[in-house]
Design a protein. Structure first.
Length: 223
């Protein structure tokens, strides 16, 4: 992790969240931009030549379900340290220590806080790497499946909450989102970035996340 620290000072980055609106974003705009893919972003690869600069995953269900891909890809991976149970250590993998302390880690070489969403982890990594401006796309902040926050459920035949209908489907286990607590930590990330003269934007096409300043993806890339 020390090798990644401030490696991209004064650069821009885009975090690709996994909501259905991701398919509305023009990924061709990202050819020369560092991108964070999340969780099962590899499901997008069969439909596009686009590849993310790295992939972040910390949820145990996601890591177990996607372990075959993580064990084969050469894309840099940032995985929760418990992933070592099913993902073989390699030079392209950084294992993250998840702390129970609810704070924003500006130096991820010690630990990170998961903040109830992998997006918050990517925000911490972006700060650690030195990015000055960061934008989210595909962050719908709304899920078709409703239920108590963080409850483990069994997926049905089709997933309408993510960009791919097979994301969580066919009896896979997954945890329902905690949208309220996610917002709390998005706001914390926003405040930490701003306190250091940096910015996080929401460039999602639509969606319900309104605590980050809105910007179009094209405007973010060209600004």
């Amino acid at each position: 992790m020390k090798n990644w620290q401030n490696k991209y000072a004064d650069h821009k980055a885009v975090i690709l969240c996994n909501g259905p609106s991701l398919l509305k974003s023009d990924l061709s705009l990202l050819d020369n931009v560092f991108t964070f893919g999340l969780n099962k972003i590899n499901l997008l690869f069969a439909k596009s030549s686009f590849r993310t600069s790295c992939i972040v995953a910390v949820n145990r269900f996601v890591i177990e379900q996607n372990a075959d891909f993580y064990n084969q890809t050469d894309i840099p991976l940032f995985l929760d340290s418990n992933a070592i149970k099913c993902v073989k250590p390699r030079s392209n993998i950084s294992f993250l220590h998840s702390s129970p302390q609810p704070k924003f880690a500006m130096d991820c070489s010690m630990s990170i806080f998961q903040g109830y969403t992998v997006t918050f982890v990517a925000m911490q990594l972006a700060f650690h790497m030195g990015f000055t401006k960061v934008a989210l796309i595909g962050c719908d902040h709304n899920f078709a499946v409703k239920g108590p926050a963080n409850m483990t459920v069994v997926a049905g035949n089709k997933d309408d909450s993510h960009f791919d209908p097979n994301y969580f489907a066919g009896g896979m286990k997954w945890q329902l989102p905690d949208l309220l607590r996610s917002e709390v930590f998005y706001a914390l990330a926003r405040d930490v970035f701003e306190a250091h003269g940096r910015m996080i934007f929401n460039a999602t096409e639509g969606g319900n996340l309104n605590i980050l300043p809105r910007i179009s993806l094209q405007e973010f890339i060209n600004s």
